[in-house]
Design a protein around this ligand. Structure first.
Ligand SMILES: NC(=O)c1ccc[n+]([C@@H]2O[C@H](COP(=O)([O-])OP(=O)(O)OC[C@H]3O[C@@H](n4cnc5c(N)ncnc54)[C@H](OP(=O)(O)O)[C@@H]3O)[C@@H](O)[C@H]2O)c1
Length: 262
């Protein structure tokens, strides 16, 4: 693909002008911050959600205020039929896709010894397999464009956090799959990378029975505070700018230095 031409066109204050971005779990938390960053950069956005329609509609209204075309689509990323619906809705509204952000997460947060097969399966379906099934549906919509796929991981893929066994394994799958997809899709002009966060202040932390312990972990980051959704969103958009075009299959850690500590 003619990346030099694309680079010329994309540089400037609105690097994503006219591009279409799909953010799974884009209605709240980190996904919402990602959706807003892309809209500020000129993109149109598909906001996927599962349970909270009002939050999705509020996010879409905010994106429209930024000048973006935006739609909300309810779909469970753990369900292949729902994913067919999500990508068909994207195709029928916009006709193409430039960026897929695989961000949605819903994992069982209990000790490994208490995990049942259904907990394990559901967590891996939503947090691991979804990247594969989304990529398979996204690539045909990226034909002839500089497609970018970004997965959102966490440092729980390699550091051990209480009650995080199932999501931690799912995140390890994401990071490994990122490398495989990156090699397979690079010849087709599509970049695949991953952004991994430390503890970020979102509603997701309420699902941890040990929330206070998690917050205390997060505050140990050398940068002296918890992560904010936009700390992750900024790295996602950075990886989708033309200047990042030579980055292939990498997991970029954005955690204020937390994972460097002994
Ligand atoms: N918060 C952290 O400390 C942290 C740290 C590192 C990485 N991350 C990662 O960042 C990503 C976003 O996390 P967050 O903290 O922003 O989470 P969050 O605030 O709980 O938001 C989760 C989003 O995902 C959607 N969602 C959940 N399950 C879904 C499913 N099966 N299908 C479709 N959408 C679904 C939710 O929609 P509904 O509300 O409609 O269900 C919501 O939009 C996740 O991949 C997470 O692992 C988070």
């Amino acid at each position: 693909m003619e990346l030099a031409v694309e680079t010329e066109r994309l540089s400037g204050d609105r690097p994503f002008e006219g591009q279409v971005v799909l953010v799974t779990g884009g209605s709240r938390g980190i996904g919402r911050a990602i959706a807003r960053r892309f809209a500020q950069g000129g993109a149109h956005v598909v906001v996927n959600y599962l349970r909270h329609r009002a939050a999705a509609e509020e996010t879409v209204a905010g994106l429209r205020e930024l000048g973006a075309r935006a739609i909300a689509v309810r779909a469970d990323v753990g369900d292949p039929d729902d994913l067919d619906h999500l990508f068909e809705a994207t195709r029928s509204e916009f006709g193409y896709l430039d960026v897929l952000v695989s961000n949605a997460a819903l994992g069982k947060l209990i000790p490994a010894m208490q995990l049942e097969p259904r907990h394990w399966q559901r967590t891996l379906d939503v947090m691991g397999r979804a990247l594969l099934l989304c990529a398979q549906r996204a690539v045909p919509l990226m034909e002839g464009r500089w497609g970018r796929i970004i997965a959102i991981s966490s440092i729980g893929s390699f550091r051990v956090m209480p009650n995080y066994a199932a999501p931690g394994v799912a995140k390890a799958i994401l990071e490994t799959l990122t490398r495989y997809l990156a090699v397979e899709l690079a010849p087709r002009g599509i970049s695949v990378n991953c952004v991994s966060g430390g503890v970020v202040e979102t509603d997701a932390l309420n699902a941890f029975s040990n929330k206070e312990e998690m917050l205390a972990f997060g505050r140990r980051a050398p940068m002296g505070r918890l992560g904010r959704p936009d700390d992750i969103a900024g790295v996602v958009t950075l990886l989708c700018r033309p200047e990042a075009r030579w980055i292939c299959g990498q997991t970029i850690i954005a955690d204020g230095g937390y994972s460097l500590l002994a």
